[in-house]
Design a protein around this ligand. Structure first.
Ligand code: HEM
Length: 222
């Protein structure tokens, strides 16, 4: 593993695999959270209770997810630093779109915004869960999940920050989706345009779904 991640090809491959895992996580995360727009008596509470108390998810999937998130960001920085030191001409003096798309050059900026969002988001939801379950040791309450989520989106500033982060996430995905396939060597005259088209739709629909959830809860506050 150490040998694999010490070569540039190996690093790019590992980066792409972590990205693909996170792409799948986002589909799952959006699907569960979309249930919340079905209202407080909908299936969101039951789904959240399952995700929050199932030992396989809590003690197996959640640590893997945590590792994938940290690995992806650390490896992103390492690759960026290596690229910079290998490149004699700075990006600012680069030949713009003639060399690479604006977004591919700015993955690090959109990535940093998503990282900052995750700091707030973990504090909002993940830390709250850990505190509720393991620090305060409260008894499970199957009806708390929907009201807790709904209440978070009463705050206009949180909604604004989340929506801005989702737009930047979309830009990150717009380049990242197809780039992850390229990095694992999935290049083919017939399939690459299909992968690009799926990537374009994915990078629009996933952030749009998250924006819809945030706005739904903000606009339905009593
Ligand atoms: C409106 C949009 C979103 C809502 C309502 C939402 C809701 C939640 C909730 C309720 C949890 C706590 C789950 C638990 O620990 O039991 C959570 C955790 C988490 N969210 Fe989100 N989320 C949203 C968007 C996002 C986005 C865009 C990302 C990634 C870029 C993300 C990444 C995560 C991660 C990594 C965790 C911790 C893992 C976990 O506990 O499952 N979330 N989110």
């Amino acid at each position: 593993m150490a040998g694999f991640t010490s070569s540039t090809i190996g690093r790019k491959y590992a980066m792409a695999l972590s990205a693909m895992f996170l792409l799948l996580f986002l589909i799952m995360h959006l699907s569960v959270n979309l249930l919340s727009v079905l209202g407080k008596d909908g299936p969101f509470n039951a789904a959240s209770e399952f995700m929050g108390y199932n030992p396989l998810i809590q003690f197996f999937m959640q640590p893997i997810l945590g590792f994938a998130v940290i690995f992806h960001f650390v490896m992103g920085f390492v690759l960026e630093l290596k690229n910079r030191s290998a490149r004699p001409v700075k990006y600012g003096m680069n030949n713009g779109a003639a060399n690479s798309s604006w977004m591919s050059r700015n993955m690090i900026i959109s990535g940093l915004v998503v990282l900052a969002f995750l700091g707030l988001h973990m504090y909002d939801f993940w830390w709250h869960e850990m505190n509720f379950k393991y620090i305060e040791g409260n008894t499970p309450d199957q009806f708390r999940f929907w009201p807790e989520l709904h209440e978070k989106f009463a705050n206009l500033w949180r909604v604004v920050i989340y929506v801005v982060a989702f737009v930047l996430l979309g830009l990150h995905l717009a380049h990242g989706f197809q780039s992850s396939f390229q990095s694992i060597g999935a290049r083919h005259p017939k399939y690459t345009p299909v992968i690009k088209a799926i990537g374009n739709w994915y990078s629009i629909l996933i952030p749009a779904g998250f924006i819809f959830i945030a706005l739904y809860h903000f606009l339905t506050q009593q």
